[in-house]
Design a protein around this ligand. Structure first.
Ligand SMILES: NC(=O)c1ccc[n+]([C@@H]2O[C@H](COP(=O)([O-])OP(=O)(O)OC[C@H]3O[C@@H](n4cnc5c(N)ncnc54)[C@H](OP(=O)(O)O)[C@@H]3O)[C@@H](O)[C@H]2O)c1
Length: 310
């Protein structure tokens, strides 16, 4: 097994991997880690769907990637799909559009996310981190699962965060929607990132034998647009932290590693950081009863049939 670490870039980690004939979908592929993930997946030969809420931004990013790769990628390798994770109805519409294309999907990279200090609700009334980072990705993945199964060997990669260490989630899954306690942006973000990992683990367990594996990762700390709504003191702290942060191409490396390493084509339910397997930063991430309960609850909240795998 090749050894990679903190400073490895997405290009280095995927060197020599041939993704020709593979189809990948990256949520939030228009900026930050998602955009770099799209760029390197395309560079390795994959056909990539950029699932983004703003089609103008998506097209701008697509053109930018094509320009930067200077003829090494064909125009038709990159397409976009409208996906607004702020609304479950919009997620259903996007899944319908995607499913109508009847394309096997080999790599689903659930990368989009928000990290905001204030309490905000999605169109369906869910706390925004819970609704966008977890529930919408949960629903979208379940609605397009057949395209992953059809691919025969497919991976779902959840871009989580070590911020799960700040999670307040309990094994009883109390107050998931932040209705009965004082709001904390960091803790609700941590909760949603813990749920990303719990979802990956339970998905992996449920679809054992189907050819679909699922894992989660922490990308590192990277100066992207993620902190765009944070306070001035937080931004200033970020400036001070800059020398210790990863660059965007290093930040996307663990995603590329989990998505493309031949060592994880058939193994999932794992968590990674700095391109290595790691013990999760929260004990609930290894609690199969809690992961199962979260799946059931998420089915109810998103209107999916409880107990079904679809
Ligand atoms: N950067 C870090 O240090 C760090 C650390 C740990 C984990 N992460 C995780 O890495 C992932 C990528 O973040 P990033 O750092 O690349 O941040 P970013 O630059 O802010 O990118 C976030 C992406 O998510 C999209 N998004 C946000 N809300 C959406 C919605 N309602 N519907 C559809 N797309 C939506 C954004 O689209 P718009 O451009 O249209 O807003 C953007 O494409 C996130 O899941 C984050 O939690 C990042």
């Amino acid at each position: 097994m090749k050894r990679f670490g903190k400073n490895t870039t997405a290009e280095q980690v995927s060197q020599g991997i041939d993704l020709a004939g593979k189809h990948a979908l990256v949520t939030g592929g228009n900026t930050g880690l998602g955009k770099e993930t799209v760029r390197v997946l395309a560079l390795r030969g994959a056909q990539v769907t950029m699932a983004c809420r703003d089609q103008q931004k998506a097209e701008h990013a697509r053109q930018d990637i094509l320009r930067s790769l200077d003829g090494r990628v064909e125009d038709k390798q990159l397409t976009h799909l409208e996906l607004d994770l702020n609304s479950l109805a919009a997620v259903r519409e996007s899944a319908d559009v995607f499913n109508s294309r009847q394309q096997p999907l080999h790599l689903l990279i659930n990368n989009a996310g928000i990290m905001i200090p204030m309490e905000r609700r999605t169109e369906d009334g869910f706390e925004a981190h819970f609704g966008i980072n977890h529930l919408a990705h949960f629903l979208f993945t379940n609605l397009i699962i057949d395209s992953l199964i059809t691919a025969r060997e497919a991976r779902v990669v959840m871009v989580s965060s070590s911020a799960m260490g700040m999670a307040t989630l309990t094994s009883e899954l109390e107050d998931l929607n932040w209705e009965g306690r004082r709001f904390s942006g960091f803790r609700s973000y941590g909760d949603s990132k813990l749920m990303n990992l719990m979802f990956a683990r339970e998905l992996n367990r449920r679809f054992k034998g189907s050819g679909v594996v699922s894992s989660a990762l922490h990308p590192g700390v990277i100066a992207t647009e993620l902190a765009r709504d944070q306070s001035l003191p937080f931004m200033l702290l970020g400036v001070f932290m800059m020398p210790f942060m990863k660059t965007v191409d290093q930040g996307a490396a663990t995603t590329l590693f989990v998505a493309t390493s031949p060592d994880y084509a058939k193994r999932g339910g794992l968590y990674f950081s700095h391109c290595k397997e790691k013990r999760p930063d929260h004990k609930l991430a290894l609690d199969d009863v809690a992961c199962h309960a979260l799946w059931q609850r998420s089915c109810k909240l998103t209107g999916l049939e409880v107990n079904s795998n679809h």
